[in-house]
Design a protein around this ligand. Structure first.
Ligand code: SF4
Length: 114
């Protein structure tokens, strides 16, 4: 379901949930370029194999947050994975509106004439 209004508030909440951040081939290339390391170095340092052994996910810290979260900010935002780019407009989770500040934000209607 597409949210009616969404503006990321950069609260870092979605980056703190436990779970996989699945990586595409293009994600690995973009992220390793951004960090300026080889794809092999990136895979070794920042990824883990998923339980079904079908792909790679970003590592997470012991508390579940993404390895690239810095405070509440994504330190690789410009190169972030497709999965992160698509939340919550292309995919979402049940209860996301209670967790994602960007979905709760009132966005003024700039087309309104009143
Ligand atoms: S939870 Fe929502 S508002 Fe917060 S960083 Fe994630 S997408 Fe942005």
């Amino acid at each position: 379901m597409q949210p009616k209004t969404f503006k990321c508030m950069k609260c870092g909440e979605c980056c703190s949930w436990r779970g996989y951040v699945h990586l595409t081939r293009e994600d690995i290339t973009r992220l390793s370029d951004f960090i300026e390391i080889t794809e092999g170095e990136f895979i070794n340092a920042f990824t883990r194999i998923t339980e079904d052994r079908q792909g790679l996910s970003l590592n997470e810290r012991e508390n579940g947050e993404c390895v690239f979260l810095s405070g509440s900010i994504c330190s690789v935002y410009k190169a972030r994975p497709k999965q992160c780019r698509n939340f919550p407009t292309i995919w979402s989770i049940e209860g996301a509106e209670a967790l994602c500040k960007g979905l709760k934000k009132e966005i003024p209607d700039t087309n309104s004439t009143t």
